[in-house]
Ligand binder design. Structure first.
Ligand SMILES: [Zn+2]
Length: 480
C-alpha cells in the first residue's frame, strides 16, 4: 500500500521546515520530494504541518485510572497517596487502563511511549501480555519496563530509628528475584522481533532495592542487548537515604555494579552531585525530564539546561497521569520555559528547537529505536498532522516557536503510526472509545470500594511522613 501526502510542510531531520510530498510504502517513508510519486491513496495536507510522532520517554499506564487524584504534594507524601489509590488489578483492569493510556497519548500526538509499568503485588507473564495486547490493539508503540524492588518503601525514606511504628512498614514485593528475571527473560525474548511492543528492565528506584537485587540486575543485563529504566534522585530525601546507606550518591553506588551505559535511562535526576553528573555523561546514560510531575511534587529544579548544553542525552516524559497530564506538547513547552527560572544567563536557556530535539533525538535513544522521531527516508511513518488554518496559528510567524509555545494539541488533525491513521479529527479509527470509557467508569466504581480501607490506613501514617519530610527537607547536603 502506497500513501502519498501532498502539499505538506514537514519538520525535516535537520529541524528545518520543508514544503513537499511524502510517499509512504508499507508503513515506511519511502520518498521525499516535490514529485507526484505513484500511489494508491492520496492525503492532501494543505494548511497542515507534519511532525514526527512525539516520543513520551516516561509514563505509568496504571495511573490512567487515578488521574489527577492527588493534590500537589511532595513526593514522599504523594507516594502514600499513590499506594492508597492503586489496587491489585485484575487482567481486565490492566487491559482497560493501559488502553486508555494509549488512547490519550495517541490523541495528544504521541506515537511511541515508555510505560514504567506497575503490577501489584507481583508481575506475571499473563499480566504483561495483557498490557502488550492493549498497546497492540490501540496501535501506539510501547516499550514496557515492569517496575520492581524488594525493600519495604518506608525503609527507603530517612526515618529516624523507631520513628515510624513497625505496623506501618509495608510488606515488600514477594516475588523472588529469580522469578522476576525469568518472567523478563520470557517477555524480552517473546517480543524481540516485534516492532511495536518491546520489554526492558524497570527498576522502581535503586534505593528501593537490596544490594543483591542490583547485583542480579547487573548480571542479567550484562549479556543482553536490553535497556533498563529507573526513577532516580527525584527527591532530596532519596539523596539523603543514599548518603546515609551507602556513604555516596546513588549513581556512584550504581557505578560500582557496572550498570551505567547508553541503554540506561534515569528518570527525574534532580538531586545529583557533580561526581554523579560526570558518571552519567561519561557513560552516555539517558536522562528523562518530567517537568509537570516535577512541578506538581516540587521535587526541585533539575539542572536540565546545564546538562543539555554539556551534551548529555535529555529526553522528555509526561510521567503518570496522577502527577500531571499526558499532553506531551505541554511538556515540551515546559522544558523550554521552566529552567529560565534557574539561570539569569538567557544565552544558556533552552530554546523551542532544543526542546523539540530532546523529545525526538533523545527519546529515540531511550526507546532504543533509530526508526522513529524523524521524517527521513527509511524511517517509520509515525506522523502527527497539525491544522494551521485557525486563529491560534494565523498569521504564521515561526513554525517551531509557534508549535512549542502556542500549540496545545487542540489542532491535532490526524495521527499515524507506520502509515496507518489511528486518529482522524479527534476520533479513533480502530476502537470504539465510548464503550471503552464506559467500561473504565464501571471498573473504577468497583475499585473505589476496595480502596476505602487503604485510604484510612494512609491517614494514620501521614503524620509520621510529614514530620520526616519537614525535618529532612531542611537538611544541608552540601553543594550539588
Ligand atoms: Zn514515574
Amino acid at each position: 500500500m502506497r500513501t502519498l501526502i501532498t502539499n505538506s510542510t514537514y519538520l525535516s531531520s535537520d529541524y528545518s521546515w520543508i514544503k513537499g510530498n511524502i510517499l509512504i510504502e508499507d508503513g515506511i517513508i519511502k520518498k521525499l520530494g516535490t514529485e507526484n510519486f505513484e500511489h494508491d491513496i492520496k492525503i492532501n495536507a494543505e494548511n497542515q504541518l507534519i511532525l514526527p510522532g512525539l516520543i513520551n520517554s516516561h509514563s505509568h499506564s496504571y495511573t490512567s485510572f487515578s488521574k489527577a487524584s492527588i493534590e500537589n504534594t511532595p513526593l514522599d507524601i504523594y507516594m502514600l497517596h499513590a499506594f492508597a489509590s492503586s489496587s491489585e488489578r485484575n487482567y481486565r483492569e490492566i487491559y482497560i487502563s493501559t488502553l486508555i493510556e494509549g488512547i490519550e497519548l495517541l490523541k495528544n500526538g504521541v506515537t511511541s511511549t515508555l510505560d514504567h509499568f506497575m503490577m501489584r503485588p507481583n508481575i506475571s507473564v499473563e499480566g504483561l501480555e495483557v498490557a502488550a495486547k492493549a498497546y497492540k490493539d490501540c496501535g501506539i508503540k510501547a516499550n514496557i519496563a515492569p517496575q520492581y524492588s524488594d525493600l519495604s518503601y518506608s525503609k527507603t525514606v530517612p526515618f529516624l530509628s523507631s520513628e515510624l511504628p513497625k505496623k506501618y512498614y509495608e510488606n515488600p514485593i514477594s516475588l523472588e528475584h529469580d522469578q522476576y528475571f525469568s518472567i523478563m527473560d520470557t517477555m524480552i525474548k517473546n517480543y524481540q522481533n516485534n516492532d511495536q511492543v518491546k520489554f526492558l528492565i524497570g527498576v522502581d528506584g535503586p534505593q528501593r532495592c537490596s544490594d543483591e537485587l542490583i547485583k542480579k540486575t547487573a548480571k542479567f543485563l550484562k549479556n543482553r542487548n536490553c535497556g533498563w529504566h529507573t526513577h532516580i534522585l527525584e527527591s532530596k530525601t532519596q539523596a539523603i537515604t543514599s548518603y546515609q546507606r551507602y556513604g555516596k550518591g546513588l549513581v556512584e553506588y550504581l557505578n560500582d555494579f557496572e550498570v551505567l551505559n547508553n541503554k540506561t535511562t534515569f528518570v527525574h535526576y534532580v538531586w545529583s552531585n557533580l561526581t554523579e553528573d560526570a558518571l552519567v555523561k561519561e557513560n552516555n546514560v539517558n536522562i528523562v525530564h518530567c517537568p509537570s510531575s516535577l512541578l506538581h511534587l516540587n521535587s526541585g529544579m533539575a539542572k536540565i539546561d546545564k546538562f543539555y548544553h554539556e551534551g548529555m542525552n535529555i529526553a522528555i516524559g509526561t510521567d503518570g497521569a496522577n502527577s500531571g497530564n499526558l499532553n506531551m506538547i505541554e511538556k515540551i513547552r515546559l522544558t523550554a520555559d521552566l529552567h529560565n527560572l534557574r539561570n539569569p544567563d538567557y544565552n544558556n536557556w533552552i530554546t523551542a528547537k532544543n526542546a523539540l530535539k530532546m523529545c525526538y533525538e533523545n527519546g529515540r535513544k531511550v526507546m532504543m529505536n533509530d526508526n522513529i522521531g524523524r521524517i527521513a527516508i527509511g524511517c517509520d511513518a509515525d506522523l502527527v498532522f497539525i491544522d494551521t488554518n485557525n486563529s491560534l496559528w494565523q498569521p504564521i510567524h515561526d513554525l517551531t516557536k509557534q508549535f512549542v509555545y502556542t500549540e496545545s494539541g487542540v489542532n491535532i488533525k490526524r495521527v499515524m503510526v507506520k502509515g496507518e491513521i489511528l486518529v482522524e479529527n479527534g476520533e479513533l479509527t480502530r476502537l470504539n472509545e465510548l464503550s471503552i470509557l464506559k467500561e473504565a467508569t464501571d471498573l473504577k466504581k468497583e475499585i473505589d470500594l476496595l480502596l476505602v480501607e487503604k485510604k484510612s490506613f494512609l491517614m494514620e501514617k501521614l503524620p509520621y511522613y510529614e514530620k520526616m519530610y519537614f525535618r529532612e527537607i531542611m537538611r544541608d547536603i552540601g553543594k550539588l
